[in-house]
Unconditional design. Structure first.
Length: 259
């Protein structure tokens, strides 16, 4: 599709651009404990999860890794690891980032009840997927930005497309305290919704809003409590999600360090 070719060209162009940029190296890591693993208004791990994340960035190129670990089961199941690499540049008030992400979904075992007694051990072997993505963020005011994220799936569910658009607010109350809030809408293509929700239709998937406060302390460390509310908008997607999964609150707290 034309959109897929455009995004591939954008990713490759940004990754090879600006070879003479000044050397700027940074790194960071965090551990986020969240009430549920929620992705695009879909709950993939109900109950508390641990989501560690780490990155290194130089010349605008950032390799990173993210994972999801279930904390509500006795096995502390590791059910996803994402490997990312991206390149970013700023053009006046416009921030552009393009990259690639590999969603590794390891095989794992879990206990499935059988008639309420004698639980059966089941092995799940999910299908890994891969995306190309482009992030656009424009600073309208020092405290106000508009943004849009675009993801095209190139393996696992090739041809799936998802994008969101939203408004963000950010304000540094003190040197040690920053406040953020956002509101966004997300749209999934027919392939994306068929693969993830069992509904072959392009739809306005979700509306989501949230807020966070970042408390900075010694040595580049920070604590960031956060809370979000998400709701599936399309009626068919709400029905596919099942009762109790159409709209909900989720949140947690992350602790991290940046250098």
């Amino acid at each position: 599709m034309a959109l897929r070719r455009i995004l591939i060209v954008a990713v490759l162009s940004l990754l090879v651009a600006s070879a003479s940029a000044a050397l700027e190296v940074s790194c960071g890591a965090e551990a986020d404990v969240v009430s549920d693993y929620v992705w695009r208004a879909m709950v993939f791990s109900p109950g508390f999860v641990l989501e560690p994340y780490a990155y290194v960035s130089a010349f605008g190129v950032t390799p990173a890794v993210w994972a999801n670990v279930q904390l509500q089961d006795e096995h502390n199941t590791l059910d996803e690891i994402d490997f990312l690499i991206s390149y970013n540049r700023s053009f006046a008030s416009l921030y552009v980032e393009a990259g690639y992400v590999y969603y590794y979904l390891p095989e794992y075992k879990y206990e499935e009840p059988e008639g309420g007694e004698n639980p059966q051990v089941v092995t799940t072997d999910p299908t890994d997927t891969q995306d190309l993505f482009v992030v656009l963020d424009y600073a309208v005011l020092p405290v106000l930005n508009v943004y849009s994220d675009h993801y095209v799936t190139v393996a696992g569910n090739a041809g799936g497309y998802y994008f969101d658009a939203g408004v963000g607010l950010g304000h540094a109350v003190e040197d040690y305290l920053g406040l953020e809030a956002y509101c966004e809408a997300g749209v999934g293509s027919s392939n994306f919704n068929d693969y993830n929700m069992g509904e072959h239709k392009t739809a306005l998937n979700l509306i989501e809003t949230g807020a966070a406060a970042t408390f900075a302390f010694g040595g580049g460390m920070y604590l960031r409590p956060h809370l979000s509310y998400t709701t599936l908008v399309d009626g068919d997607l709400r029905e596919a999600a099942g009762e109790g999964n159409e709209s909900f609150w989720f949140g947690g707290a992350a602790i991290g360090i940046e250098r």
